[in-house]
Ligand binder design. Structure first.
Ligand SMILES: Nc1ncnc2c1ncn2[C@@H]1O[C@H](COP(=O)(O)OP(=O)(O)OP(=O)(O)O)[C@@H](O)[C@H]1O
Length: 232
């Protein structure tokens, strides 16, 4: 089954005269890792919002793990997202007063399904993920997340997205604050963990040097029709 399947997606943000997204078809297979590229403002983050169901798409078909997102009420969509999608946001969205470990365990509070996937106590799973992603042990419980460096916050955000093995990971520019060497080693450990859970990954980045880490690179302009005219 496709993890993401899009047909006839048309989406405009409120107040926009023309859709930012006009996509006939796009899909993501189970376990597939796709890098989504395109110029600033071309709609990459908007596409992640459309797939995750945080915006209404009345005339479009967006299926995630076979579920038509448009057929769900907004509340049911929130539950579905918590159960099946791990999100890594541009600014990470960690809860600043929680420890790294508490942040990583957070999805379990919103998803019984992800909690049920664990074969060990939640703290042990969280610690295993943080260790695998290279977050030093003294930082797991000691600090509030606001005291972590950007690179350390990135690792917490990835561990949180992977917790409880959701089928789909959506990541928005997670490597933008890392230097050349750090971003490749970070992606190596992130990909190893993604492969371990069998998740599919759709990651947005401007950085063309990241392509070798992925199964496929998609230029948004190749699948998205017309919106460039709006920006001209
Ligand atoms: N929450 C929002 N409300 C209204 N308009 C938005 C919102 N998010 C994005 N847009 C608009 O949609 C268009 C595409 O923005 P989007 O953030 O999807 O592009 P992007 O390709 O991810 O850009 P970047 O690479 O700079 O992050 C822009 O014109 C932007 O102003």
């Amino acid at each position: 089954m496709m993890r993401v399947s899009i047909e006839n997606l048309s989406f405009a943000w409120p107040g926009q005269a023309r859709p930012v997204l006009n996509i006939d078809v796009f899909s993501l297979e189970a376990g597939e890792r796709v890098l989504l590229q395109g110029p600033s403002g071309s709609g990459k983050s908007s596409l992640l919002s459309a797939i995750s169901g945080v915006v209404d798409l009345p005339k479009s078909t967006v299926k995630v793990v076979g579920q038509d997102m448009g057929a769900l009420t907004p509340q049911a969509r929130d539950r579905f997202r918590a159960n099946h999608i791990g999100m890594i946001f541009q600014g990470f969205n960690l809860i600043p007063w929680m420890t790294a470990e508490e942040n990583v365990c957070l999805p379990l509070k919103f998803s019984k399904r992800r909690k049920a996937q664990l074969n060990k106590p939640a703290e042990q799973v969280a610690q295993g993920l943080m260790a695998a992603l290279g977050l030093p042990e003294p930082l797991w419980q000691r600090c509030s997340s606001a005291q972590l460096s950007v690179g350390q916050q990135q690792r917490v955000a990835v561990a949180r997205a992977l917790m409880g093995a959701p089928e789909l990971i959506l990541a928005d520019e997670p490597t933008s604050a890392l230097d050349e060497l750090a971003k490749h080693s970070f992606l190596d450990v992130m990909m190893a963990q993604v492969a371990k859970t069998g998740a599919s990954l759709l990651m947005v980045s401007h950085d063309t040097t990241l392509a070798p880490h992925f199964d496929r690179v998609v230029q948004l302009s190749d699948i998205n029709k017309f919106p460039q005219r709006e920006a001209e």
